[in-house]
Design a protein around this ligand. Structure first.
Ligand code: HZT
Ligand code: MN
Ligand code: MN
Length: 416
């Protein structure tokens, strides 16, 4: 990695707009000089505004997300005295909220950096490396001595999803993947950032071709509907029903055929537990009859998937995503599997990981051992999830926090 020789000065009004100032020998009018010399300009090191985010927030207080009122009746009845008690209760979790806000602020910066660089003909490997290198730098994941806790106390929350077209979720390149992003593709970018095990799970859909605009709008509106419906004591099936109604109210015309947008009915949102991407509750995107309720203090990923295909996904293709199961687990019966599990325990714990992360740790020829851990139920595999070939799927996802008095869309940005 190129050594940084620049100081980044944030414009607090617009966190994406940065002013870079030279340090040391370079004169202040350097930019003007360089402009007159193309050769010199090409040689000049690209200035990066990606550095440990803690340096930009010396008081370690991270910005709040978008606050939303609960709109259901039972919440409107709250009195001022009750309101005070809610606020007192909320204070008990202040560190947790702050950790999630830090993860969300990193997420916004990571995705803004990618959005500035994304273009057709990039390889998917370039896309995920752009995301993951930025996440590592913003969190200080790779800084020496910064993080002694294992698994790492902050960093990548799960493998970066870059699922194309009929593939809705859980695609990330394995080593040697030569897949390229094309102008006609519909790509779901799903990025995870974790701080002290609190995971921000947030995704959007990229399409260069405007013919997909209605598909993307259907899914964006369906996700915001899910977010508006979410609340303490709200039944999960009711959220699914509202999402479905909005999603199905959209049509998209592609190459002369009109499709009603369908939810991918076997995909869903979920609550998130410390170091665990799914905490046991699923938020459906269709009416499914699940009367389980959301509860105070919970942390959910609200995500919806829309498709021009058949409306459900099946696992298929080479697997890249894995996560260690939690609870009492058997001991691996192969020594190679036992050694691999040690690497997993030390680096990921129960956080999802992918084969590329094992490669960069120096693991080699581990596939037999990894498959063995899956067979023994120690590790769960998460293969790519696909609708029918030729279909197009889109996704939008935010992480929300159910505070006692209000909900917070912690990952909300000015992009989505
Ligand atoms: C699993 C493995 C990962 C969780 C949802 C999701 C991406 O479909 C209960 C409900 C990352 C995430 C997940 F590496 N999945 N959100 N973002 N994928 S899920 C699920 O397996 S479990 C939904
Ligand atoms: Mn996600
Ligand atoms: Mn999710």
């Amino acid at each position: 990695m190129a050594k940084e020789d620049t100081e980044v000065i944030e414009n607090p009004e617009n966190p994406t707009e940065v002013v870079t100032e030279s340090l040391g020998e370079k004169p202040a009018d350097e930019d003007a000089k360089v402009a007159s010399s193309e050769k010199k300009k090409k040689k000049k090191k690209k200035k990066s505004n990606i550095k440990n985010i803690a340096l930009l927030y010396p008081d370690e207080k991270y910005p709040e997300g978008q606050w939303m009122d609960y709109h259901q009746d039972f919440n409107l009845a709250r009195t001022t005295d009750e309101e005070k008690r809610y606020l007192a209760r909320d204070k008990d979790h202040e560190q947790r909220w702050n950790d999630m806000r830090k993860g969300a602020e990193i997420h916004r910066r990571v995705r803004k950096n990618l959005q500035n660089k994304l273009k057709p003909d990039m390889t998917l490997t370039d896309v995920v490396n752009t995301v993951e290198d930025a996440t590592r730098k913003f969190t200080g994941q790779d800084a020496n001595g910064d993080h002694v806790k294992l698994p790492k106390s902050q960093g990548i929350g799960f493998p970066t999803g870059v699922s194309l077209n009929h593939c809705a979720a859980h695609y990330t390149p394995n080593a040697g993947d030569k897949m390229v992003l094309r102008y006609e593709d519909v790509m779901k970018v799903d990025i995870g950032v974790q701080v002290n095990g609190y995971i921000v799970d947030c995704a959007w859909t990229v399409a260069f071709d405007h013919k997909y605009d209605n598909l993307l709008e259907a899914v964006r509106e369906a996700t915001y509907t899910g977010i508006r419906e979410a609340g303490i004591d709200v039944r999960l099936t009711d959220i699914g029903e509202a999402i479905q109604e909005v999603m199905e109210s959209y049509e998209v015309e592609l190459n002369g055929t009109t499709y009603q947008v369908k939810p991918c009915r076997n995909l869903c949102g979920h609550n998130i537990a410390p170091y665990r991407i799914h905490g046991g509750k699923s938020v459906p995107i269709v009416k499914n009859g699940d009367t389980t309720k959301m509860e105070e203090g919970e942390h959910f990923a609200i995500e919806t998937f829309g498709t021009t295909g058949r409306g459900f996904v099946v696992p298929g293709g080479e697997c890249s995503h894995y996560a260690k199961n939690d609870g009492p687990l058997p001991t691996p019966n192969l020594s190679r599997a036992k050694a691999l599990l040690k690497t997993i325990d030390e680096n990921f714990g129960t956080l999802p990981f992918c084969r590329r992360y094992l490669d960069r740790l120096g693991e080699d020829k581990y596939l037999f051992a990894l498959n063995n851990l899956v067979k023994q139920g120690i590790v769960q595999d998460y293969p790519p999830l696909n609708d029918v070939v030729g279909s197009y799927t889109a996704q939008f996802e935010h992480t929300i926090l159910l505070h006692p008095h209000k909900k917070e869309v912690v990952s909300k940005g000015d992009d989505y």
